[in-house]
Design a binder for this molecule. Sequence first.
Ligand code: MEV
Length: 326
Amino acid sequence: MSDPQGATLLAQASVPAKAILFGEHAVVYGRPAIALPVPQLQVTAIVRPDEGSLKVDSRYAGANGPRMAAVDLATAGPTEPLAAAARAALRHAGRTERTPWRVSLESSIPAGRGLGSSAAVAVAVVTAVGRAAEPEEAWGPQTIAELALEAERCVHGQASGIDTAVCAHAAPIYFQQGQARPLLLGCPLTLLIADSGLRGSTAEMVAGVRARQAEHPHTYAEWFDRVGRLADDAVRALAEGSPRWLGQLMNVNHLALQAMHVSTPQLDQLVAAARHAGAWGAKLTGSGGGGAVIALVDDETLAAVSAALSAAGAVSVLPLSIPPSG
Ligand code: MEV
């Protein structure tokens, strides 16, 4: 395999962004959650031969424009996420860090917007390094997600694993306690993802919820249980193809996220604008504190809701169509 410049190409992998439809935060405490891939935004990792130890070069869409990161396994510390992803893949393949390869990353996923930028990067590194190391043996999504989670833990502290799971499966999933299963969709889903333009920190938001739940364990356990039941009801609403029911569940999930203090006035404003313009339902998606909202629409309301989200301050509105199962 070679690239357009004729350089040898050992392997490559492209991985989508993600959006959480139900259950963020509660999923960290073992409750079920639902996540979707967002294929319009992607990370691509390419592995080429190099010298010395493995290196990762990354150009990605940071909150303040494109950023570069270069990491050499010979010098990277144990908490450097790109190095952690590459090390996990090399270890799984039985190779040492002195594998003479260079991994180049290109990402169009904005960081800090709840769209799984760091998880997609980790999954892309693990998948591409795995393909280069064992071209004959495709690693399954569960294995890739677990290896990539080692990098996610460097970024987010206590990550549930849902982000790496949905990026690795590249399909809608129901996720609980480290296990992902595919979701049955009885009708096509049309969604809009509106970026507030404000950066949130997943690590800070997860730590904030942890502190508050330590202070009010019973209250938070109830919120988490409720959110888990919403995710289970959503499985039925999705299978039956009922957007009205699904939208109502999304609205209730947003209320629970507000109660956990992870929403912001800007996110609430976007959610209200989407509902007012005719969305079946809307909620924040991801860890909150900034980031994005997700709205469920249909062909009739898509244009009006999209315009309302832009008017309410969204810096971008991305349509997402998920086909029915089978
Ligand atoms: C972040 O996309 C989702 C959170 O639930 C954190 C996690 O599950 O690791 C906030």
